[in-house]
Design a protein around this ligand. Structure first.
Ligand SMILES: Nc1ncnc2c1ncn2[C@@H]1O[C@H](COP(=O)(O)OP(=O)(O)OP(=O)(O)O)[C@@H](O)[C@H]1O
Length: 406
């Protein structure tokens, strides 16, 4: 394993015995004691291949129960894999389950001393860092109270302060940012930015795409225990958000009964976007041109009005335009169909997933017949929110001054 490869997981998987009834649990327990695998198992993580190099920052995203915490526990050795292997190089600082590693009966101060001893700090090193750790945790007199009296926010504060003081080669954290209050979140984010700027390596689980995009350059999306996507943080988080939009809209591209549409006065014979006919189109970059080409069949030869629309994956309309609005109509083809091509010279859509729709209307533009749609992903490195990028300038603005690091 090269010195720059801090984490390598191959074919990693974790399964648990399937337990439905009390008697199953007993049987599973007896089986484990007897050293044999019993009955059926439920895989919660499967086929994970992952390499993390020194200096990389990887965000782990996915729905509740997708397997994120399980993966972190496998990487940190808290759990043993059911399949595959994992190798980790260097000093790891991990913040997993709340309070894991703390002794509840001991004070925060005593827990700091124990953690320092476990990390191999000498008494002098501990003395040199103790006041910094206590200042970072910032929990007042609670530092001398038993940890069992702490709120969950205080536990995270103490845990993060200890990990920060040890400056690990690899920092692995599970949702710490969700637990602390806002000022502590900011302090943690600033600390992690600083740590990364100095060459640190981070694996971060978060449900906040804002934090994932801010801190990570790469992301891994886990879905039902499997790798759904892994790569550039913007591409993976945008694909994940688009999946959620589609899930909340509860639909994919509308199913189309071809026999029924052929009987209509007008129907869409064909649709090409940037020359492609596929249902899911090749992603385009924000600001790139887009061409939508539609061929409409007309039952009695009348000229249709053609409406072309763009909607967000959750169905929110973004833009729609009809030929009659712009004072044009589709031109006839030799076989009696009509064809029209719409060009957008530079697409201002923000990175996300969209549907492009074509609808023929009657000659008066009153009745709508048929809908054909395609899925289009717009790519780009942008955290702006909304649907489109609006051209803008700032006035009365000074250059940004980043807050001082603590
Ligand atoms: N000890 C266990 N025995 C059986 N199943 C378990 C056990 N621990 C976790 N699981 C199951 O494994 C799956 C993955 O859990 P995990 O905690 O890794 O998900 P997660 O992605 O971190 O979720 P969340 O975002 O809610 O924290 C879940 O379905 C969970 O119920």
């Amino acid at each position: 394993m090269s010195a720059d490869l801090l984490v390598q997981a191959s074919g990693l998987g974790k399964s648990y015995p399937r337990v439905f009834r009390r008697s199953d649990r007993l049987r599973a327990l007896l089986g484990l004691l007897a050293g044999r695998q019993t009955g059926e198992v439920t895989p919660v993580l499967q086929d994970i291949d992952l390499s993390v190099l020194r200096g990389q920052s990887l965000g782990l995203i996915g729905d509740n129960g997708a397997g994120k915490s399980t993966l972190l526990k496998l990487l940190t050795g808290v759990l043993t894999p059911s399949q595959g292997s994992v190798r980790v190089n260097g000093r790891i600082g991990a913040l997993l389950e709340l309070g894991a590693g703390f002794h509840p009966e001991y004070s925060g101060r005593d827990n700091i001393a124990m953690a320092a001893a476990l990390q191999g700090f000498s008494a002098d090193e501990l003395a040199a860092r103790l006041s910094d750790i206590i200042a970072f945790a910032d929990i007042g007199h609670y530092i001398d109270e038993p940890v069992k009296h702490y709120s969950s926010g205080m536990v995270v504060r103490l845990g993060f302060a200890i990990v920060a003081a040890t400056r690990p080669d690899l920092l692995i954290t599970d949702e710490v940012l969700a637990v602390g209050d806002e000022s502590f979140q900011k302090k943690c984010v600033r600390w992690m930015e600083d740590y990364l700027a100095q060459g640190g390596t981070l694996i971060l689980v978060s449900h906040s795409m804002y934090h994932i995009q801010k801190l990570c350059r790469q992301a891994l999306w886990l879905r039902q225990g499997r790798m759904q996507a892994c790569g550039d943080v913007y591409e993976v988080t945008q694909a994940y958000l688009a999946y959620h939009e589609r899930k909340s809209a509860g639909e994919g591209p509308a199913a189309r009964d071809l026999d029924a549409v052929r009987g209509l006065e007008f129907h869409v014979r064909g649709m090409r976007v940037n020359g492609e006919e596929a249902e899911t189109l090749t992603p385009v970059d924000h600001g790139a041109p887009l061409t939508v080409e539609a061929t409409i069949a007309s039952r009695d030869g009348r000229v249709p009005v053609v409406n072309i629309g763009i909607a967000r994956a959750d169905g929110t309309p973004v833009y729609g335009v009809s030929t009659d609005m712009d004072g044009v109509q589709p031109a006839p083809l030799a076989d009696g169909d009509y064809r029209i091509v719409l060009h957008f010279p530079a697409l201002p859509l923000l990175p996300a997933s969209y549907t492009i729709r074509v609808h023929p209307l009657d000659t008066e533009g009153m009745r709508l017949f048929d809908t054909l749609e395609r899925l289009l992903t717009v790519r780009g490195r942008s955290s702006e929110s909304g649907l489109v990028r609006l051209a803008h300038t700032w006035e009365h603005a000074a250059p940004l001054v980043r807050p001082r690091r603590e």
